[in-house]
Design a protein around this ligand. Structure first.
Ligand code: CP
Ligand code: NVA
Length: 333
């Protein structure tokens, strides 16, 4: 599989076989890491990480993956670079493309990361935009595969703000890999119709389905994977909390919801999560709206069914696979 020179901007750009190849590569990198086998395959190469939004998992995964591969890594945030304020994306891309072998970008509109890729002349990796979060999906599917031994034909239900970046990307990856996808949300929070239509076609070709269902019990029955994400994403206005709490509270993942799913179902969440009062935002929401937990109850988050920390670890192994596949000459190891 030759992915050398490709950018990783959204999963719609990748074939099912290419995604499967990246998952296999991730598992191999994970094993090497566990066994302490060095894999400094990209020594002499450098990557720059541009973050216009905050991050724990994605930033640390790109940094550690880069270091493990023997690369130089530079981190730039919005406050410490010229990007956007004094220099256009096109100019920034052309400058960084002369200095680095690859560029990671986390920020706002998908168009920005697409433009970076257009002008940089080196592979660009999407570390989350308003529309998509493609590296997250590889970690999610790897976690499902590790747990069940397979993913094809399984049923994944996303509950909550089903039109956000994570839900959009989940719908795409499920369609590409033959996983049944259900968006369980109020109608207002269903994914955009054009993306649903596109995913339905892809899913059909891969033997799976895309469904939008507002009734929780109907949606969750027989699910293998229950997935949720925060109700107001980065970059959205704080004023949206009141409306989202009103709309999405019935879609909280709690013990009752988990009881409708298969007995051996797992719970996933990209994180960060508001499942207790140990965060500043969580406390503010509690003071204003009286909610102690939001998209997931603490007892589900902390349960045996919750695989969220396996999922978080897998961010690093899967991001390493993406960097390696796109920046190496594709030689097997
Ligand atoms: N899941 C995820 O992308 O986490 P961060 O925002 O911490 O990178
Ligand atoms: N939907 C969330 C994902 C965080 C990883 C956000 O964009 O804030």
């Amino acid at each position: 599989m030759k992915l050398q020179g490709r950018s990783f901007l959204k999963l719609l750009d990748y074939s099912s076989e290419e995604i499967e190849y990246l998952l296999d590569l991730s598992a191999r990198f994970k094993q090497m890491k566990k066994e302490g086998v060095p894999h400094r395959f990209l020594e002499g190469k450098n990557i720059v990480l541009l973050f216009e939004k905050t991050s724990t998992r994605t930033r640390c995964s790109f940094e550690v993956a880069g270091h493990d591969l023997g690369m130089g890594v530079t981190y730039l945030d919005a406050a410490s670079s010229q990007m956007g304020h004094k220099e256009s994306i096109a100019d920034t891309a052309r400058v960084l493309g002369r200095i680095y072998d690859g560029i990671e970008y986390r920020g706002y509109g998908q168009k920005i990361v697409e433009d970076l890729a257009k002008y940089a002349g080196v592979p660009v990796f999407n570390g989350l935009t308003d529309e998509f979060h493609p590296t997250q999906m590889l970690a999610d599917v790897l976690t499902i595969k590790e747990h069940f031994g397979d993913y094809r034909g399984r049923k994944l239900v996303f509950m909550g703000d089903a039109r956000n970046n994570v839900a959009n990307s989940l719908m795409v990856v499920c369609a590409k890999l033959g996983i049944h996808f259900v968006a369980c949300a109020p109608k207002q929070n269903f994914p955009e119709a054009s993306l649903v239509e596109e995913c339905e076609k892809i899913a059909k070709a891969n033997g799976s389905t895309v469904s939008l269902i507002s009734d929780v019990k109907e949606a969750v029955t027989d699910a293998d994977v229950i997935y949720t994400d925060i109700w107001v994403s980065m970059g959205e206005a704080k004023e949206l909390w009141a409306e989202r709490i009103r709309l999405l509270s019935p879609y909280q993942v709690n013990k009752e919801v988990m009881s409708y799913a298969k007995k051996d179902a797992i719970f996933l969440h990209c994180l960060p999560s508001f499942h207790d009062l140990n965060t500043t935002v969580g406390k503010q929401i509690y003071e204003k709206f009286g909610l102690k937990e939001m998209e997931v109850s603490d007892d589900v988050f902390e349960s045996e069914q919750s695989k969220v920390f396996d999922e978080a670890e897998n961010r690093m192994h899967t991001i390493k696979a993406v960097i390696y596949a796109c920046l190496s000459d594709g030689k097997d190891f």
